[in-house]
Design a protein around this ligand. Structure first.
Ligand code: COA
Length: 358
């Protein structure tokens, strides 16, 4: 039976049962595959969290993701101009779309996860006029991604560890928009590559994954903590949103913000002036938003400190959204497998509001 329509953006509507992750927006808790995110980030490697999500053997997953990177690198010459796109999410979407739709198991998830890192890294180097760096399957995924994306030299261990913690933290997050997109595609019986391409398309939008680059732009524009409140008020007066603030589910601070702050503090220099400025802007933005929306708590979300963490590990701001995809693709694949296993065609209804034909 068709229900009355309220434009809620499906808020609070349960569309699947999942064993993958749980977001508690009131208490600010994120559980990934049975573990608090704080227990995973910085303690378990990204590949090991992929194994948890995919229900597979960690050593095998690590090997398969490494293999996936090597295979994807061999495909680079066949990608045409996909990786010459100005926007990294456009480049990643196009490059992934080149992959053959094969199976829908753990090996396919690993191949896609490996490929995403290679494609983003090659795109980043390409836009600087540099040739792609070949993967090293014996390295950890985060370290190898950072190496391929930057100079080609092995990154300092602490930088690779910071990036690894980032990838782990963003690997899955309940029924977010890109995950839902991936599940809808899978529910039709379509393949995992198509699900991942849909995920990239959804993640690209600034309301989902496209905010961390603009957060860094904001920090640059504010420049000095003393100017933060005036800058934020100016933006809000102009009707613009403050990037990195607010969340559909969290009514308290996004727990991932604290995870990232901790990782930033661990790096040499401890985040320095950048972290201090980010904290000041967060404080002022929170106060300004509270004054305007007393009934709606609007606090820092994952993207706010993503900007500072990814900058600190040495990635440029245009790589932020694609790097989010490099981590989240693990979750999209896990959800595709789960949807395939027990899901039904997702096919909601709409209400036609034009007059009926005469
Ligand atoms: N800056 C200014 N105002 C904000 C805001 C922000 N970052 N986030 C929400 N608001 C305002 C809305 O304009 C709305 O005001 P209104 O009732 O006067 O129209 C009110 O708060 C409620 O917001 P709503 O649009 O219902 O929230 P949502 O659940 O749809 O949106 C986000 C969640 C994340 C899309 C939203 O907070 C946002 O746009 N944030 C900035 C982008 C961002 O950081 N994206 C990354 C998300 S992880």
């Amino acid at each position: 039976m068709q229900q009355a329509f309220r434009d809620t953006g499906l808020e609070g509507v349960v569309v699947a049962e999942t064993r993958l992750s749980d977001v508690d927006g009131e208490r600010g808790k994120l559980v990934i595959a049975g573990h608090d995110v704080e227990e995973l980030a910085g303690r378990r490697r990204f590949e090991s969290v992929c194994a948890l999500l995919w229900g597979a053997e960690p050593a095998l997953v690590r090997e398969d993701i490494g293999k996936g990177r090597v295979q994807a690198f061999a495909r680079l010459p066949a990608l045409g101009d996909a990786l010459t796109r100005k926007d990294g999410m456009d480049a990643l979407r196009g490059a992934l779309a080149h992959l053959d739709a094969t199976g829908d198991g753990v090996a396919d998830a690993a191949a896609l996860t490996g490929a995403a890192a290679v494609f983003v890294a090659a795109w980043l180097r390409g836009r600087r006029g540099l040739s792609p760096v070949a993967p090293d399957a014996s390295q950890g995924h985060a370290a190898d991604y950072l190496r391929m994306a930057t100079s080609g030299d092995a990154p300092r261990e602490e930088l690779a560890a910071g990036l690894d913690a980032y990838l782990v933290t963003v690997s899955d997050h309940g029924m977010n928009a890109s995950t839902f997109a991936a599940r809808v595609v899978t529910s039709t019986g379509s393949d995992m590559v198509s699900a991942a391409v849909a995920g990239v398309g959804a993640l690209k939008g600034p309301l989902h994954g496209g905010a961390p680059g603009p957060v860094l732009d904001m920090l640059d524009a504010v420049g000095d903590a003393a100017r933060a409140r005036a800058w934020v008020d100016g933006e809000l007066d102009a009707g613009r949103r403050i990037m990195g603030m607010g969340h559909r589910i969290y009514r308290v601070r996004d727990p991932r913000a604290a995870v990232f702050e901790k990782q930033i503090e661990k790096l040499a220099g401890g985040g320095g002036a950048r972290l201090a400025l980010a904290r000041a802007v967060e404080r002022e933005a929170e106060a300004a938003l509270a004054a305007r929306h007393p009934d709606r708590p609007l606090k820092a979300n994952v993207e706010f400190f993503t900007a500072v963490l990814l900058e600190s590990v040495g990635l440029p701001r245009e790589a932020f959204a694609p790097t989010f995809a490099v981590g989240r693709i693990a979750g999209w694949c896990a959800h595709a497998m789960e949807q395939r296993e027990k899901g039904r065609l997702i096919r909601p209804a709409s209400r036609y509001v034009r007059p009926e034909p005469a």
